[in-house]
Design a protein around this ligand. Sequence first.
Ligand SMILES: [Zn+2]
Length: 326
Amino acid sequence: MIALFLKPITKPRKLLKYEALLRRLIQIHSAKTIIVPEYNRLHAGFKGEKKLEYYLHLLQRPDYHIIHNLRLESGPYFFQIDLLLVSPKLIIILEVKNLSGKIVIDPPLQQVIQTTPSGEKRTYTDFILQAKSQQEQLIRWIKAHKLASLPVEYLVIMVNERSQVEFSPPKPPRAYESIIRPGLMSAKISSFEKSYNTEVFPKKDVKKLSRKMINKDASDDLDLLDRFHITEADLMKGFHCEHCGYIPLVKNGNRWICQKCHLQTENPALLTLKDYALLLGPSITNQEFRHFAKVHSTDTAKRLLQAQNLPHIGTNRGRVYNLHNL
Ligand SMILES: [Zn+2]
């Protein structure tokens, strides 16, 4: 039996927000030069975590719980963990790195230098320092929440099989043995299990602890328009194609067919409401919907909104639809 994905590896809301923004932002906007690299970084990170999913399925540890993308509060700050494994003996933080090209890890200088396939050089904070800091913060968090303390370990997993990883100097300190390829994850976990032989937690409490962490997850609900000084006027209006993102879709008989990719979108109103929720907020009125989705008739808008079975308050013109569950 495999471990249980208590919080599965799905696209984080932050990434969905960037996708919605890039789909909707007018073609020429100065903020794009900052938004695109940030989106690429988030997207590569998510793809890396997805790659690791295969190896997590191979783990064969039924008493492990896996939590994806956990963001916990630590005093005035937050810390984020890509993947967390919770077991009766210990907790393991998995920090996933999906970097391409050549990666030189330099422990004495506490830095990592990536040379991308196009020759661009990028510098990162030392991966072990970063993982250690997450470990310390998680231990503190568990203490602060008065939860039974399990030992916390970490692994930094280099998931990009085409990347070339090197240490400089070639023999790194022992701590750097925690930087591994995915194929070694199972063996590393076995060796952790050997050094923590006692089951601190009964199996049923592992689930309880994991659930507590998930309940405290403060997912990053940042306002991208505010962050990049974008106004609603900078966003393209209308229904979008679910296959290629083209805006606007035009109704052809009873069907919404994309003029660009010629594929059909089943429920464009729902997708557009999701974009609205990701970019503009968790509630919408008939008027706001008509403006954002470019629907001219109040009655059509009302019919489309009601078809989504959204919770709502108020009546007639004052009705506000709640988009929280989208
Ligand atoms: Zn399309």
